[in-house]
Design a protein around this ligand. Structure first.
Ligand SMILES: Nc1ncnc2c1ncn2[C@@H]1O[C@H](COP(=O)(O)OP(=O)(O)OP(=O)(O)O)[C@@H](O)[C@H]1O
Ligand SMILES: [Mg+2]
Length: 295
């Protein structure tokens, strides 16, 4: 699924770049025309005419006497004004098409951003199923440590959203719970076979409430406020990244994640709350590609 999704995104990106490239090409041509138009402007003719008048400033009546150069200058200025009017028409037409091209690029990008947002949150899924998948990932190690799983699911519950984001959170929480139970086993707080992992997914007043609770080492009260900050870890091999990225993912899903622990040796509970219904436009990656193609 991930690969085909990436392939789909790459396809969309290629389409978008292609369209942006086309638009920029026409903008570029307009810019070149404008440049050469400005460089060869007839405006210089006006400067020549002004120079001629300046030279004859002392005796303008003679310059404009009938049959003199002044008469030719009048004709010349007449023609020049026509030529400059044409020039202005051309320049503003070219600027117009350049503006259209830039607007077009803006539209393509805006539309793509909207579609990308919609395309990342298009699945209907059951949190209970997802929890089972997350547990299956850790099945072997959980069994190894004799950890018993206690489930409490509403299997009918569904969420509309990006299931990969929730999966990422669940995997982090299960892995942390397993570590906490192991630590408790190691330090003798728990006897072998007494490790418990409670997972639940229930509707609570229209909100989806997912809880992952363990009876491991627990969290010292003073650590609680720092738990979700980037880099906070108490493990030798830890990175302190799991809960931080989980909090971000929960927010991206329109929800939140909280922790509760009664302190050292008292276990810990993590609660994810997600809105039950989010209905962004349901657009698939393929449709998104078509839509940007049509711009
Ligand atoms: N279920 C839990 N029980 C007790 N402490 C926990 C639990 N979950 C998290 N913690 C504490 O929160 C800290 C941060 O967790 P987080 O998942 O962010 O990082 P980590 O597990 O240390 O490293 P990694 O980045 O590899 O996940 C942990 O080091 C641990 O001290
Ligand atoms: Mg972790």
């Amino acid at each position: 699924v991930k690969l085909s999704r990436q392939a789909g995104m790459a396809e969309v990106a290629t389409g978008v770049l292609h369209n942006v490239g086309n638009a920029l090409n026409s903008v570029n041509i307009s810019a070149e025309l404008l440049l050469s138009n400005v460089q060869t402007s007839e405006l210089e003719g006006l400067a020549k005419a002004a120079g001629l008048l300046e030279k004859n400033r002392a005796d303008l009546p003679a310059f404009f006497a009938s049959g003199g150069d002044g008469e030719k200058l009048v004709d010349y200025l007449q023609r020049l004004s026509e030529v400059l009017a044409d020039e202005r028409r051309e320049l503003s037409a070219e600027l117009d098409s350049m503006y259209t091209g830039v607007e077009h690029v803006k539209t393509i990008i805006t539309r793509q951003q909207t579609l990308a947002k919609a395309a990342s949150v298009t699945e209907d899924f059951a949190p209970a199923r997802l929890l089972e998948e997350a547990l299956a990932f850790s099945h072997a190690t959980l069994a190894q440590d004799g950890i018993e799983i206690v489930r409490d699911y509403d299997e009918q519950l569904t969420i509309v959203g990006d299931r990969n984001k929730l999966m990422q959170i669940l995997l982090n929480l299960v892995s942390n719970a397993r570590h906490a139970i192991r630590a408790a086993l190691r330090s003798g707080i728990l006897d072998r076979g007494a490790g418990r992992l409670y997972v639940s997914a229930r509707d609570q007043d229209g909100t989806i409430r997912i809880e992952i609770r363990d009876n491991g080492v627990g969290i010292p009260v003073e650590n609680v406020p720092r738990l979700f900050t980037h880099g906070f870890t108490t493990k030798d091999e830890g990175h302190g990244f799991g809960l931080h990225s989980s909090a971000l993912a929960a927010r991206e899903l329109g929800g939140s994640i909280d922790v509760h622990s009664d302190g050292d040796a008292k276990g810990a509970a993590f609660t994810i709350r997600l809105p039950r219904r989010r209905e962004p436009p349901r657009i698939s990656v393929a449709e998104a590609a078509d839509a940007t193609e049509a711009v």
